[in-house]
Design a protein around this ligand. Structure first.
Ligand code: NAP
Length: 293
């Protein structure tokens, strides 16, 4: 049980819309309970136009920390006093710390992505990688790959090709990385790049519960042994994309570890405590299998 000391309990939360799919309250409240801390984490359904008022509420109520998700990850930057170099570079914030009335933004998705792929860095460095998607998660992934893994080429594949172009231009300018290719998400055209990439990342929601029969690369996709297929989705634990890739011998990774490690980094920024990541990972995996939220 979370301990509530009615005068001292510190408030954390998430701003987003819709919030139906979020696991963050479950993750953070479980960590608070395991560590017996005097915090509580609540979901706040904040629509696009409500963000400025909601931010005033954070300051007025002294909310200690926030996660920020769709549709606010980029617009929140306009409401912050400062942000980390990473968040500024990526142009997207998923964590806000209220430092005595000064709101500071961070991007902890980078940490989650980095921790997940770290064991495979030798397989990624100097190789071609493909990111499917051009939203906030793709931005964090591309930043992290350039900064920490040094691939030879990054292919951005997106349903709306214009957004892939925008990302390419953005990172070319911000990070001086010139080796991009962009494609529209059209299976015959992308078959070759998928086939030649050492790492393929699904940074779209395609295949996420309840649409578990969907896959962003329709069958037949051709994966090869030793390729890494990283689907940022964690519910279900094995998407149709990962099932396909596994059948062909690829190394398959889902989004659970990224979810836990990005949460752990946010938790540490707010509370100065280390999240018990192993316990939280087991807890979440069980909840996902049992509940199908
Ligand atoms: P986002 O900013 O809304 O971007 C969504 C991306 O998916 C866009 O590129 C969009 O393409 C594409 N997309 C959406 N629906 C599609 C469809 N039906 N077919 C093809 N492409 C489609 O979302 P995000 O924040 O980047 O999140 C993307 C995924 O990553 C989500 O599943 C999210 O749960 C997951 N994620 C996981 C973690 C983790 O910790 N494991 C962290 C962050 C995100 P258009 O540009 O054409 O609209």
């Amino acid at each position: 049980m979370i301990k509530i000391n009615y005068s001292e309990t510190k408030l954390l939360g998430i701003f987003g819309h819709p919030l139906k799919q979020t696991f963050s309250p479950m993750v953070h409240n479980k960590a608070i309970e395991l560590l017996d801390l005097d915090y509580v984490y609540l979901p706040f359904n904040v629509g696009t136009t409500a963000l400025p008022d909601a931010i005033k509420g954070v300051l007025a109520l002294g909310i200690k920390g926030l996660n920020v998700t769709i549709p606010h990850k980029e617009t929140i930057l306009n409401h912050l006093a400062d942000f980390s170099d990473e968040a500024a570079m990526i142009g997207s914030v998923n964590t806000v710390v209220n430092d005595m009335g000064k709101l500071i933004g961070y991007n902890t998705d980078v940490h989650g992505f980095h921790e997940t792929l770290l064991p495979y860095s030798d397989k990624i460095s100097g190789e071609m990688v493909t990111i499917i998607g051009a939203g906030g998660a793709a931005r964090a992934a591309i930043y992290c790959l350039i900064r920490h893994f040094r691939p030879s080429k990054i292919v951005i594949v997106n349903r709306t090709e214009q957004r892939a172009h925008t990302l390419k231009r953005y990172f070319k300018q911000k990070m001086k990385f010139d080796h991009f290719l962009t494609y529209e998400l059209f299976p015959p055209d992308i078959a070759t790049v998928i086939n030649e990439s050492a790492l393929i990342v699904n940074a779209t929601p395609v295949g996420m519960y309840p649409e578990i029969d969907d896959t962003v690369i329709p069958i037949p996709a051709s994966f090869t042994k030793n390729q890494i297929v990283f689907d940022l989705i964690y519910n279900p634990s094995k998407t149709l994309l990962l099932k396909q890739a596994q059948q062909e011998g690829a190394i398959c990774i889902n989004g659970l570890k990224m979810l836990v490690y990005q949460a752990a980094k946010s938790f540490q920024l707010w509370t100065n405590h280390e999240m018990p990541v192993d316990e939280i990972t087991k807890f979440l995996a069980r909840e996902i299998e049992l509940k199908r939220i």
